[in-house]
Design a protein around this ligand. Structure first.
Ligand code: MN
Length: 246
């Protein structure tokens, strides 16, 4: 256990130091889940479930669907640390470069007796209690995610909503597109950071994602400019011109 030594050296009845959050949700609180909307080389939604002290993660390219007849591809990615689950912001470069929005968060519960066995088998039934996603869901590992000639690495799953009070035809990604943390959109998150970060080297340049990112960058820059308390003469001039010609 990674925190054993930390804890062994301290007496928490006498020290105000944190014991280290209970890393195993089943002891003291329901395990955490989140969905991070991630505008990177492709727009996708990262579903993360707290299991044994880490966030087990799947990238869902089209995002979750509340329609039980719609099965959404969910590619399992690397486990993330628990602290990552509240992250929202800008990854300026490198792996995952782009904008991360905390799109949903809450708690989850497995609906299986043996969670490790369910994961190994690739058939996990569970409930979500988030702001946007609720009720009964399933993650089912699928074969055939691999391209011809490639070995199936077992990372392809399907995310499926079960029929219940929280299922329906509502397109939740369109209906509720904003952050549950800042209540902002991608341009608000970028404007809060440095919108000029990708002037030359954008994470996505072509296709629909490239166009979306270019728009986000432009709107973030004008949000930031509008929020500047003391604009440079050239910005002030431009803004005046824009206002005059509206
Ligand atoms: Mn991602």
């Amino acid at each position: 256990m990674p925190l054993d030594e930390y804890r062994r050296k301290r007496d928490f009845t006498k020290s105000p130091e944190p014991e280290g959050a209970a890393r195993h949700g089943r002891h003291s609180r329901a395990p955490y889940f989140c969905v991070q909307k991630h505008l990177a080389s492709h727009l996708h939604y990262d579903l993360r479930l707290e299991i044994d002290g880490v966030l087990v993660s799947w990238a869902v390219p089209k995002g979750p669907s509340l329609d039980p007849s719609v099965k959404r591809l969910a590619m399992q990615t690397e486990d993330h640390p628990l602290d990552y689950g509240s992250f929202e912001g800008v990854i300026p470069e490198g792996y995952g470069a782009g904008i991360v929005m905390l799109w949903d968060r809450g708690t989850w519960a497995p609906r299986v007796d043996d969670l490790p066995a369910a994961l190994a088998k690739g058939d996990l039934k569970f409930t979500l209690d988030g702001y946007k996603l609720k009720g009964s869901w399933a993650l089912v590992r699928t074969r055939g995610g691999a391209r011809p000639g490639e070995r199936d690495d077992g990372r392809s799953w399907l995310l499926i909503k079960h029929r219940d009070d929280w299922s329906g035809a509502l397109d939740i990604t369109t209906f509720a597109p904003l952050s549950v943390k800042s209540e902002g959109n991608f341009e608000n998150i970028l404007a809060a950071d440095v919108p000029a970060v990708w002037v030359t080297n954008r994470p996505a340049k072509s296709g629909a994602t490239g166009a979306l990112l270019a728009e986000v960058i432009e709107r973030a820059a004008s949000l930031k400019a509008a929020a500047e308390p003391d604009p440079s003469p050239s910005v002030a001039r431009k803004r005046t011109r824009r206002a005059l010609h509206k």
